[in-house]
Design a protein around this ligand. Structure first.
Ligand SMILES: Nc1ncnc2c1ncn2[C@@H]1O[C@H](COP(=O)(O)OP(=O)(O)OP(=O)(O)O)[C@@H](O)[C@H]1O
Ligand SMILES: [Mg+2]
Length: 316
């Protein structure tokens, strides 16, 4: 469905010295395949580049380099006008259901806007679709003519989800869609996504800090560290046999597995700055197993098993 090859996204920011600019390599040489009807969970600490990667795939950010394929078509350099026909199929749901809904629009307007513009649907048909999708996300059709401020956070997030799903997208980036919700709303939102997906083919890049949620929802898990994808594998492989020391540390905190159970302190070290990243393997400054080579050479992703890849000098 989606394939990215050597994707890099850089930002330029002002530095303390007025004549100099800083380059933030937010995403570096990322490779990832998201198959049909699959949920890929993307995890990693704050600032590691998850949202940047998600937005770049949807062409919401300019790339430094690399390629994006959608259904085997290279969409990297499509102009906005050429990409427009895919916009309804490639969607994003954001974390904050307060700022993502226009407060001056009714639920009806919010949900049908995309249908009217992308599908040129008439209002009657659009209303039918809106009622149908509201039901699927657990909301009643009575709310159609109410405004966002009349709803709780959980309900607003359902409206935001309905607005995207009504377009019948093929690929959706879910960027921390449960982070602003309480636990019971989190579970409901996750289950409604699962339920929807069981009936409608959909591929998802599911970005979250919450490893419990990722482990519950994802088929494949990709782990990022300081802009690089360091490990990708099926959910069970990541949980049962994580290979990268960073993945081990991350997941040992929730599953208490492997050799890192007694060594949780590995993640208490500071995340290095994004402007001056460490040499070699970016994780070597916090890795309890780091050797000389880790300080000198950047490890590349290597395939260890069918769908398990890792970038670590210590894995052979
Ligand atoms: N528009 C921007 N301009 C400059 N730097 C940016 C911009 N957007 C993101 N960055 C930087 O790029 C890096 C990656 O940010 P990103 O938001 O992708 O991380 P993240 O993994 O989604 O973090 P979080 O878990 O906190 O959402 C960070 O260092 C961030 O400060
Ligand atoms: Mg983010």
């Amino acid at each position: 469905m989606i394939e990215i090859k050597d994707l890099s996204v850089y930002f330029t920011t002002n530095s303390k010295e007025w004549f100099k600019k800083n380059t933030i390599k937010a995403v570096e040489n990322a490779n990832l395949t998201i198959k049909e009807n699959t949920i890929v969970g993307l995890v990693g600490e704050s600032g590691c580049g998850k949202s940047t990667l998600g937005r770049a795939i949807l062409k919401l950010l300019p790339l430094h380099s690399g390629k994006i394929f959608y259904q085997n078509e290279d969409i990297t350099h499509l102009k906005n006008s050429e990409f427009l026909k895919y916009r309804k199929e490639l969607q994003i749901i954001f974390q904050d259901p307060y700022s993502s809904l226009n407060p001056r629009f009714t639920v009806f307007e919010i949900i049908t806007e995309g249908l009217l513009t992308h599908y040129k649907m008439n209002k009657e048909k659009a209303k039918e679709k809106a009622v149908e999708i509201l039901e699927k996300v657990g909301l009643k059709s009575e709310i159609l003519y109410r405004y966002p401020h009349e709803f709780s956070g959980g309900q607003r997030q359902r409206i935001a989800i309905a607005r995207v799903l009504v377009l019948e997208p093929k690929f959706v980036v879910c960027d921390e869609i449960t982070s602003a919700l309480d636990v019971s709303n989190q579970a409901q939102v996750i289950n409604l996504i699962k339920e929807y997906k069981s009936k409608n083919p959909l591929s998802i890049l599911f970005i979250s800090h919450d490893l419990n949620i990722i482990s519950y929802i994802a088929d494949i898990i990709a782990v990022m560290y300081l802009g690089k994808i360091v490990e990708v594998a099926k959910r069970d492989s990541i949980i049962e046999k994580p290979l990268h020391p960073y993945t081990k540390a991350l997941f040992s905190n929730i599953f208490k597995i492997g050799e890192f159970t007694q060594k949780k302190e590995v993640l208490y070290g500071e995340v290095p700055g994004v402007i001056q990243k460490p040499s070699g393997c970016y994780f070597h400054t916090r890795c309890p197993l780091a050797k000389e080579i880790c300080k000198q050479e950047i490890p590349t992703m290597q395939k260890v098993e069918d769908s398990h890849s890792v970038a670590c000098h210590l894995v052979s």
